[in-house]
Ligand binder design. Structure first.
Ligand code: CA
Ligand code: CA
Length: 145
């Protein structure tokens, strides 16, 4: 009785593992602060999960001198992954308690699922274009430390 339950559980786990699939996504763009390139700025590709499973960090990069970046990554999940690009920057940052540069602005962009490809290589880049980061988003976050 116990062994048949065990084999059932093993079979179930096996099916779940088989149905999980590699999914890959990539995004790229260029960051500006007004008419100046936003260089050496942290850009991360995260894959969101539901609590208690923590989100997965797929890649961290810093923009180059013209402000360009590309991030990409692969995650293996049963359901469609939820990739987001997070940009941590100090453009037009007044700072918490008027202390400049203590915290960074954190803005999040969810990549549409149509850009997620099966397998381990990027099929279609999500082109974020040249973005002026001056404007505040209504729902943006702050990252201290
Ligand atoms: Ca995940
Ligand atoms: Ca997920």
């Amino acid at each position: 009785m116990a062994s048949s339950l065990l084999s059932f559980l093993l079979l179930l786990m096996c099916c779940l593992l088989v149905s999980a699939r590699d999914q890959t996504v990539g995004a790229r763009g260029q960051l500006m602060c007004g008419n100046q390139p936003l260089n050496n700025t942290e850009v991360k590709l995260w894959e969101l999960d539901t609590w208690p499973d923590p989100d997965d960090l797929l890649m961290t990069v810093y923009t180059d001198s013209p402000g360009r970046f590309s991030v990409w990554g692969t995650e293996n999940e049963i359901t469609t992954i939820t990739p987001v690009v997070k940009i941590y920057h100090r453009c037009n940052n007044k700072g918490l308690f008027s202390i400049p540069n203590f915290c960074k602005r954190k803005v999040t962009y969810e990549i549409p699922s149509s850009y997620i490809a099966n397998g381990r290589s990027v099929q279609r880049w999500y082109e974020m274009g040249t973005m002026n980061m001056e404007a505040k988003q209504r729902n943006e976050d702050t990252e201290c430390l």
